[in-house]
Ligand binder design. Structure first.
Ligand code: ZN
Length: 237
């Protein structure tokens, strides 16, 4: 008895389930969140015993995924020193402190630069946030307009949000919200979030039907979603 118990410990490392989300879904799904915790999605009546059994069976896969996520790069808070890198539409720009009064991008040279006024330094983060937010509204609105036109969809309005976790949302009256941090992501990723929210005009859920519609517009959407999952944490100031 003692022997089989120790064997059990070796083959089934303790894996903590952080959250169990029950819904009308038909099957069990395991997901590792970006902070390397395990989330289980389960049908309403699934027993905890069954969930624990499946988690134990999948423990190798779960442990591997958790290790993978722990290896992801961690975001570093910006210090606003010359040469520091800032992302804009997926490109890296080096910070250059200038005498001017406006934040500006220099896209021409081999070395892409972000000109940042010296007079803004005492409120650097706030100024940078304001600029990013303004740019996000411009860049996301123009893309959303083009894509919506192509798909023949009408949205009510576009707002830029500072939500902690959501990249975008679509309200009941089809008003769209996009996170300002998207302005740092590659264009293909921004387009994915736009297509995702526009598709919610047709499907107010994340059903198979919804994902099929997203896929019809952007066949490689899973890649973009994966990019956000893995790199989203890095898109901070
Ligand atoms: Zn959605």
């Amino acid at each position: 008895m003692g022997k089989s118990f120790s064997e059990l410990l070796i083959t089934m490392p303790q894996i903590k389930i952080s959250k169990i989300i029950r819904s009308k879904r038909k099957s069990l799904a395991l997901a590792i969140s970006s902070d390397a915790t395990l989330i289980v999605r389960a049908p309403m009546k699934t027993s905890l015993e069954y969930i624990e059994k499946i988690v134990a069976q999948k423990s190798d896969w779960i442990a591997r995924k958790m290790r993978e996520i722990q290896r992801w790069p961690k975001a570093i808070e910006k210090k606003f020193i010359a040469g520091e890198e800032f992302s804009y539409l997926g490109e890296k720009y080096q910070l250059e402190i200038t005498e001017s009064l406006k934040i500006k991008l220099n896209k021409n040279s081999d070395c892409k630069e972000l000109f940042f006024p010296k007079v803004f330094l005492w409120r650097a983060k706030e100024r940078m946030f304001g600029w990013y937010k303004k740019q996000a509204l411009q860049e996301i609105s123009s893309r959303a307009e083009t894509i919506a036109q192509k798909l023949n969809l009408n949205y009510q309005s576009i707002k830029i949000s500072s939500a902690k976790t959501n990249w975008g949302s679509c309200g009941p009256k089809n008003s769209l919200n996009f996170n300002w941090r998207l302005i740092m992501a590659p264009e293909s990723v921004i387009e994915y979030v736009i297509i995702h929210e526009l598709t919610h005009i047709l499907e107010k859920n994340h059903s198979r039907k919804f994902w099929n519609k997203v896929e019809a517009v952007m066949p490689e959407y899973k890649k973009r979603r994966k990019w956000l999952r893995e790199n989203g944490k890095m898109l901070v100031l």
